[in-house]
Ligand binder design. Structure first.
Ligand code: XMP
Length: 327
């Protein structure tokens, strides 16, 4: 009979056997539940021979880097390195407005940075006679396994996801995927048993390209600051209203249009924040979330009052399909 405890024991034994007494493993973490659970499982199995890497790409959420350091490093004891490369990403995103181009630039830069950091760790462990990096951890879930099988072919280009193929070839790393037989609800249960905080366990999914695809038009440091601040207020108010777990995914998008407003006796021309919140079971189809009006009203007031450069807030009432969840 299958229990979470027996799954953990079996998986830890399997990881130890695969990696051996000297093998080293690298893996990217994002602050999301899947990569955190996978990382914690590796930590339990092989301790500091698992090296977690967080790439700060400059388009993560407000205070995200600090939160991940606290949660994964301090609280869960995972051997974590943060690579601070915001400027590199933001420089490469200069002038880019096409969302698919943004995705490609961020995906490729991510692979480049991650690969360089993994090579550095490999060098260090070799010099210390602690063996070499042999494995790459991926937090792939069962539905991802199915999707990547059924999405082979032309439809694979519908969305470009992070792809670490280069790393596997250049460094000759093998993949290790401890979550590949689990569904999302099982990963959450596993996270609970492994000691993750409730808040992390129930976090909404966040796309790899981050708020770069939630800022329409060019991504500049100023636009990042506005989008981050709006999203932060939005999520904070959703949590305060006790609605966070009723919603599958929520975020604020920044629309780079100059809307007309008025302040005192002067007209203003400022940007628009679009709020998105959806209910969904599989993210393939989704419906917009029916917020109580007073919650929307409060969120709108706060965003307009607290964020300079925004004079209008709208709520997105489009379902998927035909609209997608991201803008
Ligand atoms: P869409 O916008 O296609 O989103 O309805 C469905 C789910 O996928 C996420 N998403 C992404 N995740 N890289 C990611 O890692 C991406 O480029 C990307 N685009 C969309 C989206 O947040 C939602 O959960």
């Amino acid at each position: 009979n299958w229990t979470m405890e027996s799954f953990i024991d079996k998986e830890i034994a399997r990881i130890r056997q695969i990696v051996g007494p000297n093998g080293q493993v690298v893996g990217a973490v994002s602050g999301g539940v899947d990569s955190t659970v996978a990382a914690k499982l590796m930590k339990e199995a092989i301790g500091n021979r698992f090296h977690a890497i967080l790439v700060d790409n400059g388009v993560m959420r407000l205070n995200e880097c600090e939160t991940v350091k606290k949660q994964l490093g301090d609280h869960l004891g995972i051997n974590l390195r943060v690579v601070q490369v915001s400027d590199l990403f933001l420089n490469r995103l200069k002038g880019i407005t096409d969302p698919e181009k943004k995705r490609k630039i961020i995906g490729n830069t991510f692979i480049e940075v991650f690969e360089a950091e993994a090579a550095k760790i490999d060098q260090e462990t070799k010099e210390g006679n602690h063996g070499e990096i042999q494995y790459l951890l991926q937090g792939t879930l069962y539905p991802d396994v199915i999707e990547s099988i059924s999405f082979k072919g032309p439809s694979a280009t519908i969305k470009t996801h992070h792809n670490v193929g280069g790393l596997l070839e250049n460094m000759k790393l093998k993949l290790i995927e401890p979550l590949r037989e689990l569904f999302k609800d099982e990963v959450r249960e596993l996270g609970k048993v492994l000691g993750l905080d409730e808040e992390l366990i129930w976090r909404h999914p966040f796309p790899g390209p981050g708020i770069a695809i939630r800022i329409l038009g060019e991504v500049t440091p100023e636009q990042v600051a506005i989008a981050r601040a709006a999203d932060h207020i939005y999520i904070e108010e959703i949590k305060k209203a006790g609605l966070y777990r009723k919603i599958a995914q929520a975020y604020a998008a920044l629309l780079p249009v100059k809307a007309v407003g008025v302040m005192g006796d002067k007209r203003t021309y400022e940007q628009v924040i679009a709020l998105r919140a959806v209910e969904t079971s599989d993210f393939m189809t989704a419906d917009w979330y029916p917020f109580p009006y007073d919650v929307l009203k409060h969120i709108s007031n706060r965003i307009i009052n607290e964020i300079k450069g925004v004079n209008r807030v709208v709520y997105d009432i489009s379902s998927k399909p035909p609209a997608t969840i991201e803008w």
